[in-house]
Design a protein around this ligand. Sequence first.
Ligand SMILES: [Zn+2]
Length: 338
Amino acid sequence: MKKIKRLIIPLFIVLSILVVSSCSKDEIVLSPTDAVGNSGDSGSGNSNSGDSSNSGNQEQGSEGEITLYKVEGDNISKIKDYKVSGQDLEYQKDVAKHNQIWDLVKKIVPLNQRSKMGEFLIYNGDITGSAGFVVEIKQDLSSWKMGIAINYAFEGSFNANGELAYTIIHEFGHVLTLDNTQLDSSISSGDCKNYYPGEGCAKENSYINELHSKHWKDIWSEYEEAKKDQSSQQKFYDKYKDRYVTQYASTNPGEDVAEVFATFVTKKEKPAGNTGAEKKILLMYNRSELVEFRDHIRKNLQLRGKGNSTSFELPEAGKWKQANTFGNPLKTKCRHRH
Ligand SMILES: [Zn+2]
């Protein structure tokens, strides 16, 4: 008996670490196969973000980490450079490119919202196949790290077709809908009376809880069945297409709310509300602080008006690269990850 116990306890600890670390990231992944492969890469550098690199013993990241910054208002200051070589070393030295990405983040996320971002990571997205991610760095969900893949940010040219801007909007959409104003991380799923996205229990009036109760609750058991494999996911999406701004949005409510936010921002016209998807966008129009956020982004990026194809920095609403894919169904129990 004792022997078994001795085995079980360490095993349990290892398993919990695996579960926690694989649930803790949201990413825009560029290739679904990469995303699956990446699920084995646990024990990433996330827990080490406080480390100093002054010792000369540089830490080597396991997920393409290049340089980690601390965010203070408009400015970023370097926390550490990861140990890298080859192309990644070139990326590390090219601080001007880091700043160019940061400048776009600043344009998109206003100062009052940016206070939720404690850290900013430049990384190479090849290993995880992701263009960006966010992860909480405080357990109470008050502070978040945003990672942007520098190789994809400059693919073709900087922010080609507005893909980088879209990534930033989508990723910040997660912070906006999962932070401590929206969720209570001290309530466990068992005690949660509202929607439970994984990081905590959604507050009654939160964006994600409203979306879930109005647009997911009635099809929840069907969704739970459908997420088991991709062909079921496809059938589920085909059946309820009208409810989703993109196919990707049907991955789970966490991705849905981020995609609805990104569509709400990028789509010029306020929709009439004829479809479920349009009704979801209108939920955001009902929230004055989100309308303000939208106005800020559109003004700063000088989004194209109708019939004006010059000066746009965003993909057309619903047309970003991975719009017609599903997130990894294995991750949906934790949360949204492409
Ligand atoms: Zn996402």
